[in-house]
Design a protein around this ligand. Structure first.
Ligand SMILES: NC(=O)c1ccc[n+]([C@@H]2O[C@H](COP(=O)([O-])OP(=O)(O)OC[C@H]3O[C@@H](n4cnc5c(N)ncnc54)[C@H](OP(=O)(O)O)[C@@H]3O)[C@@H](O)[C@H]2O)c1
Length: 385
């Protein structure tokens, strides 16, 4: 039996996490998973990572590479092996058949169809199972996936590019470009990891954005573009409706929108989805998230404007903030702010952020933080596995 020190286990798990990370932005709605196989002498015999939904799972690829050398060896895996038939056959029986005598996993799969069952399958067949090595890092890598199974809705990252006084445009609506090129490139990098990008109709009317991820990024995968537009003011010639890199566009609206505008937008290539109106007559957010979730969308980048950001924050639906701060001052009370529509008067009741980080990008500053305590904090030091 191979016996590994705690340090070696962490080293191997770090390698498995790095392998998993190679497919960042590609596997949704599946998680990122990486695997390393050691032979009976403790030498690395196979490596694998899940590349895309519908393609083989990490442990299968790593065990296939190891072949007969897996017998009596160890499988190091960033997430519990599945035990149910999905788009691919269950992995736990494959792990047993490979002959490995130990499995070291970071964390259990939060999907109730799998959770604990994959580990039980292995233990019942004599495979030694250890869970909890680098659990926090593994959950952090798959926070969107864990969030989905915990909350049943997509993870929402709000992104804004603002001046030092928190303005995202001038009063005449000019917002290009508040931040410098390096920050804009970073913005495209975020888009590449997403399943969907969402904006309010004022942003479409003012900026006429394409809302695509720049080709050649990590994913290069079609994105779902979403516009919140309760009366269908989106013009049929808006660039967001133009087909690009296979991206599709959903215009979410209410029953207040005239049918003729719906027809015109459909003819322009959009899908128009009617949901209930909120008390202000605007598009209700929860039903939109439900529609997107049912289509496999797990991570949405909300790119403004301020009113849309304000709505997500007020409804408690915002999960993370990506705030690019540029060394500019607009200094105009009439210019739109990064967040509007919150009416909290008490300073201590204002939404604050958790786990805040700062990063200098070119001349700009990127401030990131969470609106709630992130799920991965619950797994700190191997707790909660
Ligand atoms: N620098 C940046 O990062 C950045 C990014 C994006 C935008 N911008 C700038 O921001 C400005 C637009 O921001 P904005 O705050 O005026 O508008 P916005 O957030 O883009 O759009 C707001 C509009 O969306 C519609 N909407 C539908 N459902 C909604 C809901 N549940 N909550 C909120 N809005 C909903 C409403 O119009 P209906 O009632 O007609 O549906 C609402 O007036 C533009 O000048 C743009 O250039 C800057």
């Amino acid at each position: 039996m191979v016996r590994l020190s705690a340090e070696r286990k962490n080293e191997l798990m770090a390698e498995a996490l790095a392998l998993a990370g190679r497919a960042e932005g590609m596997t949704s709605p599946n998680p990122l998973v990486g695997a390393v196989v050691l032979d009976a002498d403790g030498e690395v015999a196979g490596r694998g990572w899940h590349r895309k939904a519908g393609e083989p799972h990490a442990e299968v690829l790593a065990l296939q590479e190891a072949g007969g050398r897996a017998r009596g060896g160890v499988l190091i895996l960033t997430l519990e092996p599945c035990s149910h038939q999905g788009r691919t056959p269950p992995c736990a029986p494959f792990v047993v058949d490979s002959g490995v005598s130990q499995v070291i996993a970071a964390v259990a799969d939060p999907n109730p169809q799998v959770s604990g069952k994959g580990f039980s399958h292995l233990r019942e067949r004599g495979v030694e199972v250890e869970v909890g090595v680098m659990a926090e890092e593994a959950v952090r890598q798959n926070e969107v996936y864990f969030h989905w199974w915990r909350c049943g809705r997509p993870f929402l990252s709000l992104k804004a590019a603002a001046s030092l006084d928190g303005k995202i445009a001038t009063r005449s609506g000019q917002s290009r470009w508040i931040t410098g090129e390096a920050a804009r490139n970073a913005g495209h990098h975020f888009r590449n990891k997403m399943d969907a990008i969402l904006v309010g109709v004022e942003t479409v009317l003012e900026d006429d954005p394409l809302l695509t991820a720049r080709p050649g990024g990590v994913a290069g995968r079609p994105l779902t573009r979403v516009v919140l537009d309760s009366r269908l003011r989106t013009p049929p010639h808006a660039r967001v409706l133009a087909s690009r890199q296979g991206s599709s566009t959903i215009v979410a609206t209410t029953d207040a929108a005239p049918l003729a505008r719906e027809t015109a937008l459909r003819e322009a290539g959009a899908e128009v989805v009617r949901v209930q109106a909120d008390p202000q007559g605007r598009v209700s957010l929860a039903p939109v998230l439900e529609v997107l979730g049912s289509r496999g969308v797990r991570h949405i980048l909300v790119e403004g404007g301020g009113r849309v950001h304000g709505s997500f924050i007020r409804e408690g639906l915002a999960d993370r903030l990506l705030y690019f701060l540029a060394p500019l001052i607009v200094g105009d009370a009439q210019a739109p702010g990064a967040v509007s529509g919150l009416d909290e008067e008490e300073l201590q009741s204002l939404p604050g952020l958790f786990n805040v980080t700062h990063e200098v990008i070119g001349d700009d500053l990127l401030i990131q933080g969470y609106f709630k305590k992130p799920i991965w904090k619950e797994f700190e030091g191997g707790k909660g596995v």
